[in-house]
Ligand binder design. Structure first.
Ligand SMILES: Nc1nc2c(ncn2[C@@H]2O[C@H](COP(=O)(O)OP(=O)(O)OP(=O)(O)O)[C@@H](O)[C@H]2O)c(=O)[nH]1
Ligand SMILES: [Mg+2]
Length: 448
């Protein structure tokens, strides 16, 4: 981390201003070497300076330069930000000039990686920075801001501390059997403590579903046989004529999708080809895609034509959906309804007068417990890395708990508990592997 790094922190496109950021020991000297204005090496920290970027005696741009001196900066190193005019040519020219003065181009996420390696933030906070930048809804912004402020880390740290206390007690018992003040960790006491920690981890894992929903949204496939009104329903849900609607069965061949936000959550609706046996090659490919989507989506809305009796094809589709999370939209209730499906999760409506569309949305809110989500503190595990580490540490602790029932000596349980302690440490990055860190930061934006 001896190098001084530089990157364009704003999106490289035409805009009012661009920001070029440097971090490292030489950041201030390097910018001073191409800056005409106050001597930047002599100014106080956290100040902004007006001046010009110069290439020898030629003015390149009129800029504002912010100076942040270590350690109270984003990376804990000296950081300089140049606000220049937002043309691509100007921004690139200044970047080129800086690169000739002894800094190197930052890798994606390298500023945040330095913030982590220098101990200003932990891994969950670093992940939150990247996710905050990508967040599209208010709800995900709120969740990642909460994670950035260290709420998730603090829950993990508390659990780790409890495991550490257990380990310390076990160690004292083993090393100083005569030292009576130390809590004697008998199996029954250990059992009680382990069970409490397992309960907390399980709770965290249970709410991880919410984290995923908030971060990635919910993918909902609209399926059914041809001509029942799937595309019409998609258009009404999106309030946009996105998919082609005709009275010809087999109109939709490819996947058409669009998103709306309900209660701060992104719902991505995917219209599919009507499912039927067909000899048309293109249509058949569409039908195969529909079936594949049923397996991949988080939820299915099965559309039926309410003005007709249930057909064999409908029954086959319903059988296919049996073990999938789904509800049934019985469409075309502007005509005489001939369908009744007791024991099914059903909404009646039609897309001509838009009946039942709001009811359908309310049902989805209910299905995903979104009203409840509103009032909850938004501290959730939010990515596969965090979830898998919690699962693995749970396994180790469950192992330890099972062994307590077998009256295995306490010191043998130590290994499993220590493993769980280390795995939880990987979530916050207190214990980490270099390759993993490199991999993680690769997904970041350049300049962050
Ligand atoms: N009466 C009535 N007709 C509807 C309703 N919804 C759709 N339709 C009509 O049903 C026909 C088929 O609608 P689509 O939305 O294209 O049906 P689809 O399920 O997407 O059909 P495929 O793409 O062929 O699988 C069109 O003529 C629509 O106008 C409704 O609620 N009531
Ligand atoms: Mg269609």
């Amino acid at each position: 981390m001896e190098d001084t790094i530089v990157a364009i922190s704003t999106a490289l496109q035409k805009g009012a201003i661009s920001i070029i950021r440097l971090s490292g020991k030489e950041a201030i000297n390097i910018v001073e070497s191409i800056f005409k204005g106050q001597n930047l090496t002599k100014v106080p920290s956290h100040t902004i300076h007006y001046g010009f970027i110069m290439e020898k005696n030629t003015k390149i741009d009129e800029v504002l330069v912010s100076i942040f001196k270590s350690p109270k900066t984003y990376t804990k190193e000296d950081v300089v930000e140049i606000n220049c005019h937002g043309s691509i040519a100007t921004t690139n020219k200044i970047l080129e000039l800086l690169l000739t003065k002894g800094c190197r181009l930052a890798e994606p996420g390298e500023f945040t990686k330095r913030a982590f390696l220098n101990g200003r933030i932990d891994l969950t906070q670093a992940e939150a920075v990247s996710d905050l930048i990508s967040s599209k809804t208010d709800k995900s912004r709120e969740m990642f801001l909460n994670q950035l402020s260290g709420e998730l880390s603090s829950q993990i740290k508390t659990l780790r501390q409890e495991l550490l206390n257990l380990l310390a007690n076990i160690a004292v018992n083993i090393d100083y059997p005569e030292y009576e003040d130390a809590t004697i960790i008998t199996n029954s006491l250990l059992k009680e403590k382990l069970a409490a920690i397992i309960k907390s981890l399980n709770k965290l894992l249970k709410t991880a579903k919410n984290g995923k929903i908030i971060k990635d949204g919910i993918n909902i496939a609209l399926v059914g046989r041809p001509n029942v009104g799937k595309s019409s329903l998609l258009n009404k849900l999106l309030q946009e004529e996105k998919a082609i609607v005709t009275d010809i069965a087999g109109t939709t061949r490819d996947i058409v999708e669009g998103s709306i936000t309900i209660n701060g959550i992104t719902f991505n609706f995917i219209d599919t080809a009507g499912i039927r046996k067909t000899t048309d090659i293109v249509e058949k490919l569409g039908v195969d895609k529909s079936k594949e989507l049923i397996n991949k989506s988080d939820y299915i809305i099965c559309v039926l034509n309410g003005s007709e009796k249930l057909t064999k094809e409908d029954q086959e589709i319903l059988a296919f959906l049996k073990n999938k999370n789904h509800l049934i939209f019985i469409n075309k209730n502007d005509q005489k309804i001939k369908l009744d499906l007791p024991n099914h999760n059903v909404v009646y409506g039609n897309t001509i007068f838009e009946d039942g569309i709001n009811k359908l949305k309310e049902k989805l809110i209910e299905e995903f417990n979104l009203n409840h989500l509103e009032s909850e503190d938004p501290t959730y595990l939010s990515n596969a890395r965090q979830i898998s580490l919690v699962k693995r540490s749970l396994q180790s602790l469950e192992n330890a708990l099972n062994n307590t029932s077998l009256d295995i000596p306490v010191d043998l349980l130590e290994l499993d508990i220590k493993q769980a302690y280390d795995l939880l440490g990987e979530i916050t990055g207190e214990t980490y592997q270099d390759e993993l860190i490199d991999e993680l930061f690769k997904n970041f934006c350049l300049g962050k």
